[in-house]
Design a protein around this ligand. Structure first.
Ligand code: FAD
Length: 339
């Protein structure tokens, strides 16, 4: 019988990210599908709150690797903790959210366990009595479903792919696992991050707002209006908390040092050679909707686009709603309505 372990880590305030609840939901469903049990393992400085948050999930045990050594994400200590938790649980299948903290260590942990790993899975199901993992290849163009005989099998789940398990907090009993934490030479001395307003990539936002090169192009009056485009885009992000995406054309222009949108970089780029973010909704503005760009919208559930051209790429079945309109006018109106 498979022994399933769902590995989680706490956030800096001791809570769990929503991707943790997605992973717990996946572990619970997998255990049900295999007529098996599942356990949870949590890494963090103090896991009490996190353990209480998942106490109602029905795990047979909650293991913890906790203490000051695990407060900060560091390879040596995190890898030791994950290895110890997997061994304590005798896990044959380990599920974990593909957070940056876990993505950094779990391949190494799998090697230490003598197992195999699948990264960034988007679904896990039981087919013919065996677990089967879905995963995308070739920049999200080909989806495969695969299974493996080797154990332990470590599977990281791409955040945003699965529904979050809704749980009421309860009182958890936790089994502490001793971890031989290696002496670490790494000291985290602080975190530097841009102010919330300057941080335009927001993976947890409900809406992805994508700007295309059209914002910089000559408009009906024969002039371009880049300063106005900048104001409209920033105001919309400020009003809605949306995440900002870019087409390649616009990101390239910004990268070439042209006076375009100073807050735009290649990190914002969506598409075949860009990112494939996951948000419930997406709105494309002033971007044509060409295939290499639209590939990045694979996981956006509801898509809308604004383009002056009724024959643009979005009109070819790539969006749910296409507004044939001037984005400057339309977004100004939207912002007025948002107050
Ligand atoms: C191998 C390869 C990989 C690629 N990878 C990517 C990728 O990862 N991501 C990506 O984005 N692209 C990628 N591309 C490029 C992609 O094919 C397009 O060239 C690019 O996405 C076009 O950007 P755009 O739509 O912003 O610009 P344009 O094609 O110039 O379109 C601008 C649009 O704005 C509209 N417009 C102008 N003014 C207004 C207005 N006032 N209101 C409303 N609409 C207006 C116009 O009608 C036009 O449709 C790739 C290409 C190749 C060959």
């Amino acid at each position: 019988m498979e022994k399933i372990l769902c590995l989680l880590h706490t956030e800096s305030d001791g809570s769990l990210h929503k991707s943790a609840f997605e992973a717990v939901g996946a572990a619970k469903d997998l255990a049900a599908g295999l007529s098996s049990q599942f356990a949870i393992g949590i890494v963090g400085e103090s896991v009490a709150n996190a353990a209480n948050a998942v106490a109602g999930a029905g795990a047979e045990k909650i293991y913890a690797a906790q203490g000051a050594d695990f407060a900060q994400p560091k390879y040596a200590t995190d890898a030791a903790a994950c290895e110890a938790l997997a061994k304590a649980a005798g896990a044959t299948i380990v599920l974990a959210p593909a957070t940056s903290r876990f993505s950094r260590v779990l391949a190494g942990v799998t090697a230490r366990l003598g197992g195999r790993i699948e990264t960034n899975a988007t679904a896990i199901a039981v087919t013919n009595g065996k677990p089967a993992v879905s995963r995308w290849y070739y920049r999200q163009r080909i989806e495969t479903t695969l299974s493996r005989p080797q154990r332990p099998w470590v599977i990281t789940l791409s955040p945003g792919s699965l529904p979050e398990l809704q749980l009421a907090p309860a009182s958890a009993s936790v089994e502490n696992v001793a971890v031989a934490a290696p002496a670490s030479r790494t000291q985290v001395t602080g975190i530097q991050s841009p102010p919330a307003d300057a941080q335009t990539i927001r993976p947890d936002a409900q809406l992805l707002f994508v700007a295309g090169a059209g914002w910089t192009k000559q408009q009906a009056d024969g002039a371009s209006h880049i300063d106005e485009a900048e104001k409209i885009i920033l105001q919309f992000l400020h009003q809605t908390g949306a995440s900002l995406g870019s087409s390649k054309s616009l990101a390239d222009m910004s990268g070439e040092g042209q006076k375009i949108l100073p807050f735009m970089s290649h990190l914002n780029q969506i598409g075949q050679t860009g990112a494939s973010p996951r948000h419930p909704k997406g709105l494309a503005t002033c971007c044509h909707g060409e295939e290499p760009h639209v590939v990045g919208w694979r996981f956006i559930s509801e898509r809308r686009a604004v383009n002056t051209n009724p024959g643009c790429g979005w009109a070819q079945g790539k969006t749910d709603v296409l507004y044939v309109a001037d984005a400057f006018e339309l977004m100004r109106k939207v912002e007025e309505m948002l107050g």
